[in-house]
Design a binder for this molecule. Structure first.
Ligand code: EPU
Length: 427
């Protein structure tokens, strides 16, 4: 098992290039199955979740060819299978998108239940509600989610909770259904808009993505396309918070500043100076951060996927901050790790009360999930001395070349293998 060894205490300085968005890529790749022709996807992040999905697409019969490190050509014409096993899904949350995509393509899907980060219960009842509204029969059989339909018919679906996954999955199933599907109380995240833009570039007819009401008029065929994935809002936010938390000066490049508004607003409240450019944001922090309260919410609210990172910055803020998790039931498992580093945080249900301490201290910690892992790296960069972060496979699921990117900002961070040797993360 590899781990990160970080010698912290230095401000981050420089420029960092942001990769394509994980949570857009993991929906767009299964969506290729809906096309009748080959598709070229650009700006694909080199992360293990993407590698898992590409392998799964191959196993389904698609022809997958890397053109370069971040561009893939996928020919789905011979993808005749409709079963995604537990081994193929490898515990990914995004495997659920095969349900919508395979249902849309074959009217039949048999997919291992989605895994992903452990934030408590992660139901898919809203996905199923959407598929059933379109005329599918959905059952859990032998530990697999089985969905089948003789035909898919457009329908109105009101989501009881704002769900990214259900919104995307219903779009995938509806795009080739006959007639009009309306998703009400839809999620509005940038990756929802990216999936809609991708499908529209193949000839789909989707309107309203990015608002709470999405209208999908089914089409019979989708053609091939060449499409570039949007920049990763959360990867960008992670480097922005790391810059502020280390008292640094970092420009994150290849971003869409509009997607970063809530993160920028909160960083300004903590005392960071922000400069916005067309495709870049510069973050500078002088002195100790100021306290602030945060509540995570669906977009355009403050993203839950930035909660552990910003809480880590607030751990050294002057004063007491309250961070309230508004999306997931259990997203504070990382707090125990941060307290090992000297943070003073009390969790009460969905809120964490963070009393700022002067400094974090180095300690051996674990990445309990993907964003929690990113937060541990930030904590390690803040603390003077050597911090080791274990269970980093969680982090590799969603951050491309993370040691290389932090090193380019002056951080001292190494990936070490079981034998204590330097381990390269080959792209
Ligand atoms: N929910 C239901 N029923 C459903 C679906 C969701 O009750 O059928 C609830 C969930 O339990 C949760 C809330 O609705 O309380 C939101 O869940 P959502 O469906 O939006 O989450 P998701 O699609 O499973 C995606 C991201 C997560 C991110 C959330 C929220 C992917 C692959 N994952 O998950 O990203 O936290 O949206 O923005 O897109 C991450 O990248 O680290 C990550 C965990």
């Amino acid at each position: 098992m590899e781990k990160f060894v970080i010698s912290g205490g230095k401000p981050l300085k420089g420029r960092v290039h942001i990769s394509g968005a994980k949570n857009a890529a993991v929906a767009i790749l299964p969506a290729v199955l809906l096309s009748d022709e080959p598709c070229i996807i650009e700006n694909l992040p080199q992360i293990s979740d993407v590698a898992t999905l590409l392998k799964a697409l191959s196993s389904l019969g698609a022809d997958v060819k890397m053109i370069n490190k971040s561009t893939v050509e996928i020919d789905p014409r011979h993808a005749s299978y409709f079963v995604v096993t537990k081994e193929m899904a490898q515990g990914m949350r995004a495997s659920s998108y095969f349900l919508g995509a395979l249902l849309g393509r074959h009217k039949r899907a048999r997919v291992a239940p989605p895994g992903g980060c452990d934030f408590g219960v992660r139901p898919i009842d809203q996905h199923i509600k959407g598929f059933e509204a379109l005329g599918a029969y959905v059952a859990i059989e032998n530990g697999m989610v089985d969905a089948r339909a003789s035909s898919l018919q457009g329908a109105s679906v009101y989501l009881d909770v704002v769900s990214v996954g259900a919104t995307m999955n219903i779009m995938l199933a509806a795009v080739k259904a006959s007639g009009l599907t309306v998703i009400e109380n839809a999620a509005r995240e940038p990756h929802i808009v990216d999936l809609a833009n991708f499908l529209n570039s193949m000839g789909a007819d989707i309107m309203g993505a990015g608002t709470g009401v999405i209208k999908i008029r089914g089409v019979e065929h989708l053609h091939g396309t060449q499409y570039s994935i949007i920049p990763d809002q959360i990867e960008a936010g992670t480097y922005m918070v790391a810059a502020a938390a280390t008292g640094g000066d970092v420009t994150v490049e290849n971003v869409t500043p509009k997607h970063l508004e809530s993160i920028i607003a909160k960083l300004i409240e903590t005392g960071a100076e922000i400069e916005e450019y067309d495709e870049a944001v510069r973050v500078k922090m002088n002195g100790r951060p100021r306290r602030c309260n945060i509540k995570t919410m669906p977009h355009p609210g403050f993203p839950t996927d930035m909660q552990p990172q910003i809480a880590t910055l607030l751990a050294i803020a002057e004063g007491t901050s309250i961070v309230t998790e508004g999306v997931w039931d259990g997203r504070f498992r990382y707090v125990e790790q941060l307290t090992l580093m000297g943070a003073d945080i009390q969790v009460d249900g969905k809120s964490a009360v963070i009393t700022g301490v002067d400094k974090l201290k180095p300690a051996p910690v674990r990445a309990v999930d993907l964003r929690a892992g990113a937060a541990m790296i930030i904590a390690g960069l803040m603390a003077e001395g050597i911090t080791e972060v274990e269970e980093i496979s969680h982090i590799d699921r969603g951050y491309e070349l993370i040691t290389e990117k932090f090193s380019s900002l002056g951080a001292d961070i190494k990936r070490i293998d079981d034998y204590g040797n330097l381990a390269a993360k080959l792209a």
